[in-house]
Design a protein around this ligand. Structure first.
Ligand SMILES: [Zn+2]
Length: 426
């Protein structure tokens, strides 16, 4: 394997990183590097990550095919040297779990602060082992989980509880409702069942869809998955958007967004809200109405007597009475529809941080989240690197156990899917 302390052909500079990484900020202090090395040595669940990434091997059944599948997976990491310069190692691949561990810990065990990897990023499966890239003429990405990246800073225009990359339980709700919609969408429209939700450690949520059928989708098909649920003004919704609206988006908007993001109380928020309303609309052959002015008037009338929900209901009733449901959809979807980072999903070569990394800026563990607990998940109470090392029973073991359980379920589902596809295989 190539040295990790020098940039080579496979490595890239800091400036190029934004194109292939979702999140490139932050760097470790010296003390943390020592702790990080201990974390990789004693806790990071290499065995589970291996299972998770290779169970659905497309190279046949059994252990040998799993190993071959895993060997062709690209890994990447980032290292900050003592002089502060950062570089990224790309196109790394491994045959043995111990090799990844050594790679992450760095090659200088006696000088334990120099080249420990700050993160581990996962790329696609290539046509050959990524470490042999320079030895072949055809190096092509073949397979990859479908991934979704949803960052809270893409919601900055509609939230008042936090700004920039900060994330509290209130704005976590935007990501939670996005996750629930992804689950509904992937299961009902595509029949996918193996979805993993991971807190990215600072500002976002990652979703990994690992079903075997998902792995071989083309970039075009991935782009279409996102395009299909982009909302464009219409009075008749796609069935999946209608279900999302009825069961997820409207309830979340009415029960949380209106109050928690102070839509009617905060001047900037109210101005933004009003900007979603049309100035005039033709209804029928000769009638033109002026929704913005009429709604503004109505709001002044009920200003202090009505709750946020009552104000909103008055507005949605106004549109419904005029047969203009599309404007109700406009507003609700503006505040609730997932804001995907499209390029992360569309480009198969894009890298995404591995579950169980420690986020370089926050020191938080990138924890998998059970969808049934996602509303209660508190991103401000996620275990930190130091708490994992001092109290692993509380801060780490439950997350490992939960991930292990997820993988057991995944194995069962994979076996069922293989049985359905190939009745002779079991
Ligand atoms: Zn917040």
């Amino acid at each position: 394997m190539d040295t990790q302390t020098k940039t080579n052909d496979n490595d890239i500079n800091d400036e190029d990183m934004d194109d292939i990484f979702g999140d490139t900020e932050g760097s470790y202090e010296l003390d943390n590097k020592v702790s990080l090395r201990v974390y990789y040595d004693q806790y990071f669940p290499f065995d589970l990550i291996y299972e998770w990434l290779s169970i659905n091997s497309l190279f046949g059944h059994g252990e040998a095919s799993q190993i071959r599948f895993f060997e062709r997976r690209e890994f990447s990491s980032r290292i900050t040297k003592m002089d502060g310069t950062t570089f990224v190692t790309r196109n790394r691949s491994f045959s043995k779990l111990d090799d990844i561990k050594d790679y992450l810990k760095g090659r200088n065990p006696n000088n334990n602060s120099i080249d420990v990897a700050e993160r581990l990023d996962i790329g696609p499966i290539y046509s050959c082992e990524p470490i042999k890239k320079s030895m072949v003429t055809d190096y092509t990405p073949l397979y990859k989980e479908i991934v979704f990246d949803i960052d809270i800073n893409d919601y900055n225009d509609i939230r008042v509880c936090c700004s920039d990359t900060s994330l509290c339980m209130k704005c976590w709700g935007f990501l939670a409702v996005a996750a629930k919609f992804v689950e509904m969408y992937m299961k009902e429209c595509f029949g996918f069942e193996q979805l993993l939700y991971v807190f990215s450690g600072r500002r976002g949520l990652h979703v990994w869809v690992s079903d075997q059928r998902a792995l071989s989708l083309s970039s075009e098909a991935r782009a279409n998955i996102i395009k299909y649920v982009k909302y464009e003004r219409t009075s008749v919704l796609l069935p999946i958007l209608q279900r999302g609206f009825d069961e997820l988006f409207l309830p979340y908007f009415e029960q949380h967004v209106l109050e928690e993001q102070d839509i009617f109380g905060n001047a900037a928020q109210y101005k933004n809200f009003l900007s979603k309303l049309p100035l005039e609309v033709r209804v029928g052959k000769k009638t033109i109405i002026h929704p913005l002015d009429q709604i503004k008037e109505k709001m002044l009338e009920i200003k202090d007597q009505a709750t946020s929900l009552e104000k909103w209901r008055a507005i949605s009733d106004y549109f419904k009475q005029n047969n203009l449901m599309e404007y109700v959809y406009d507003i609700v979807f503006h505040y609730t529809l997932p804001r995907f980072d499209d390029k992360v999903t569309n480009h198969i070569i894009h890298l995404l941080k591995s579950p169980f990394c420690i986020h370089p800026s926050t020191g938080k563990l990138c924890v998998p989240i059970d969808l049934k607990d996602i509303d209660q998940f508190n991103p401000t109470k996620v275990p930190l690197l130091n708490s994992i090392l001092s109290t692993p029973k509380v801060s780490f073991n439950p997350y490992r156990a939960s991930f292990k359980n997820y993988i057991e379920q995944m194995k069962l589902k994979s076996q069922q899917q293989i049985s359905i596809n190939d009745p002779t295989s079991f």
